[in-house]
Design a protein around this ligand. Sequence first.
Ligand SMILES: [Zn+2]
Ligand SMILES: [Zn+2]
Length: 464
Amino acid sequence: MSISSHEIIITNIQSGDTISYPIPIIKGVIKNNAKTLCQSDKICLKTTTNTSYFKVTNNNFTILIELGIGENNIDLHYCCSAHPFVINYFPRSTQFTVLPLYIICEGHDGNFQSPNTEVNTTESALKRITLCSKLLQSVIAEKLYEENHGRKTFQLENNCTVFKSRLNYLKARKMNQNELWTAIGEEIVNSNLEYERIKFLGFLSCTNYRGENYHENLDYDDVLKITEAYVALGGGGLALFGTACLYAWPETLSQVIQRFEDRTIIDRTKFMDDSCYKGTLGACFSTTLGSVLHELCHTFDLGHTEVGIMGRGFDDIYKDFLCEERLDQSNDLECQKLKEKSGYGSLGKFVRERRKQKGIVNNIFLTKSCVTILAYHRWLNSFQLSDKVVKFDPLTKLVSSTAGLRVIELRDEENGMVLLHWIFDGRILKYSFKLPEEDLQKYGCKYVVFVEDNHGNILKHVNM
Ligand SMILES: [Zn+2]
Ligand SMILES: [Zn+2]
């Protein structure tokens, strides 16, 4: 028997695993036999229908593949070695789903703003938004997997669909973010879309960046001011976004990695640069995709945290898709300053600590209470409908649920910042918990008690 020169090891998925979303992020390493002299800078992935190549950097690789429903036989080839692999894909059956919408306002042609090197039709927008919604499924699954909750994620109701709004596009361009969110939300509620079981990920086609008003001294807030129908806002059943940076998003899976790596400098006199001051197309894709993840997570009832995806840590979502560290240190510093300016306190210190602990640079994580909320959330599980209820008695401060409590958060009423949390994710259920008086006193009287139980029931009590 001959000994293979290289061992191809998948580190995050086992052959034979079953997942509920179509695009797994497959990570792995190449282990070389001591006597091996040959090597390669790429790994080849073969399926019955497709052959694609991915980079190998310092013996690490990351592979993206779109699976068909059912069993997927994959062959990995590296240099002179091969590794067969099986992943099963079965969408989870559930009534609670997410539907991406491409919202075309009245009078608008549906073409999003883009350089003429990009296709910017409605059809292209649908492809880009569908693909990136699937990538967000993958990111959430990885985050839950990293925290030992298995690869739970949301299910898509359908690919991105056109929603024709009765709101005139010129009127939309005069509205602020809250007005847009409210107007579109009302239209959805009054449409035949089943808003009680579907969360909507909406993108407005008519966003208009007025580059002629750009000059070098503008900071990020000023850039937003020269962008009409700009919005990035999520909560309740709707996360709504502008499309000024949709041109930076890929249309096909094979473009994803290349788009994240694109270091082309954005011409800010023509197109919106939403890249956390990094200025490249790749960073623009990363920041805007990360912000969609952040807002989508608000619709899954997550609050704000000082760090991570629910802070300003979502800019670096590209790190989940690339196998090498491509961060430009000087730009990173600039970005860090911005984050500190944004009022999230001792973020810099925490991130440095976290980097030290993990030995890597990664802001793409959810804090423990956020992960726990998702792990027991209705949109990420196929729970039977529950007749159990969560209760909070403001007099005794007792939280209870006969289904068993999973997570309690105390949030700042003003900005949704998570101040304190209690997690009960063990096997033995906890049915009631008294909020410690001394903790409540510390935060004065204006807070929200957020509770989620083992059946995904949620309670939000505003303490006056
Ligand atoms: Zn070899
Ligand atoms: Zn937010």
